[in-house]
Design a binder for this molecule. Structure first.
Ligand code: PMP
Ligand code: GLN
Length: 381
């Protein structure tokens, strides 16, 4: 392993999901739903396979049907007008979109400011690009970013702000005022913005606002999303980038040499998913809001300090009230102690100490699974 990958080892999600399988535990660690997405979307994938659409290399930027559906989705939900031919790129999940964007846009030594805790692939991709990640730490209980601190972190070497809203793992959703302040800073200091919006349809209070829609942002923002979360098909690995033509061209150049193209038949199915009626998106959100409340109540009753998420399908908790100090040790022993798996937030920090007592649970599971998990957790002490 080269030095750039030092310390990156096995992802926490692989480690914890393997532990869940080995111990037969309820897995509230890795964020994937235990119910697949809509039947008609699955059928669309089967039809594409049968009819031979996408069984051979699809076009590099993504099949035209999907690129058009992504552009239409951006207009329908966010009022953004995109040219599907030049401003949309299909990727192998948001994960590849993040990797290709950072590899395409960063020079070795460039500084990237990202919220900490951060989704784990950010650190790895910034490192693989030879760049330097500069964390802006989000602190409990609100996890709101300190925008003066953000401004102070910008140096002449800063190239890019890496945003994530709704934010994994805290559930923070940036407000229009915060986004405006961040956008103004980006324009003033001539920074690029890469924004990971995979939870765009999981905002429980208020709405998701894409930073790309703000003045001066169109030409400097790479927006990333994915079908995995919105349609509950995390295994399909269909994601996308939307940005101005020069930025999409840059990201596509990197993508060509990472995967060349993304798997074909699922692209046709996701194109249909993106055209589902508004009621699908509303029901999805309402369902997850109910699950959030169910898990939040249960964790509170079990003695955890719960930080209510405004978005995503994760709840961050503090285990200090349980007499516990170390989230990593807690998560490693939790499966044998009570048959539940969770993720220690410490792994999402450069400074492990900052996230030491924080533990993340996902609520994208059936109600009876969440109820059973809570019952097990309440017998902990
Ligand atoms: N970004 C964030 C914030 C995530 O939580 C995830 C996990 N789904 C991803 C990106 C990766 O998305 P995908 O599965 O589409 O690669
Ligand atoms: N995004 C999911 C999570 O945060 C998992 C993705 C992965 O396993 N890489 O739990």
């Amino acid at each position: 392993l080269n030095r750039r990958l030092d310390g990156l080892g096995t992802t926490i999600f692989a480690e914890m999901s393997a532990l869940a399988t080995a111990t037969g535990s309820i897995n509230l660690g890795q964020g994937f739903p235990d119910t697949d997405g809509p039947e008609e979307v699955r059928e669309a994938a089967v039809r594409a396979l049968r009819e031979g659409r996408g069984n051979q290399y699809p076009p590099g930027p993504g099949v035209p049907e999907l690129r058009t559906a992504i552009a239409d989705h951006q207009r329908r939900f966010h009022g953004l007008d995109l040219d599907p031919d030049t401003e949309v790129l299909v990727t192998a999940g948001a994960t590849e979109a993040i990797a290709a964007s950072l590899l395409a846009l960063l020079e070795p030594g460039d500084e990237v400011i990202a919220f900490e805790p951060f989704y784990d692939s950010y650190a790895a991709c910034v490192a693989m690009a030879g760049a330097v990640r500069v964390p802006l730490t989000l602190r409990a209980p609100s996890f709101r970013p300190d925008l003066d601190e953000l401004r102070a972190l910008v140096t002449p070497r800063t190239r890019l702000l890496l945003l994530n809203s709704p934010h994994n793992p805290t559930g923070l959703v940036l407000t229009p005022d915060e986004l405006t302040a961040i956008a103004e800073l980006a324009v003033e200091r001539d920074l690029l913005v890469v924004t990971d919006e995979v939870y765009e349809h999981l905002v429980f209070n208020g709405a998701h606002h894409p930073i790309a829609a703000l003045p001066g942002m169109r030409e400097r923002t790479v927006s990333i999303s994915s079908a995995g979360k919105t349609f509950s098909f995390t295994g399909w690995k269909v994601g996308w980038v939307t940005a101005a033509p020069e930025l999409v061209t840059a990201v596509r150049t990197a993508k060509q040499y990472l995967t060349y193209v993304s798997a074909g038949p699922f692209q046709y199915a996701v194109a249909e998913a993106l055209r589902l009626p508004d009621s699908y998106f509303e029901t999805f959100r309402a369902d997850l809001r109910h699950k959030r409340d169910l898990l939040a109540e249960g964790l509170t009753a079990a003695g955890f300090r719960v930080f209510h998420p405004e978005g995503t399908y994760f709840i961050t908790t503090d285990i200090t009230p349980l007499g516990e100090k170390d989230g990593i040790a807690f998560c490693r022993t939790l499966p044998t102690r009570c048959g539940v798996v969770a993720i220690p937030n410490a792994v999402f920090y450069d400074d492990i100490e900052a996230g030491r007592p924080l533990v993340r649970f996902t609520f994208c599971k059936k109600d009876d699974v969440l109820e059973e998990a809570v019952a097990r957790l309440s017998r902990l002490s």
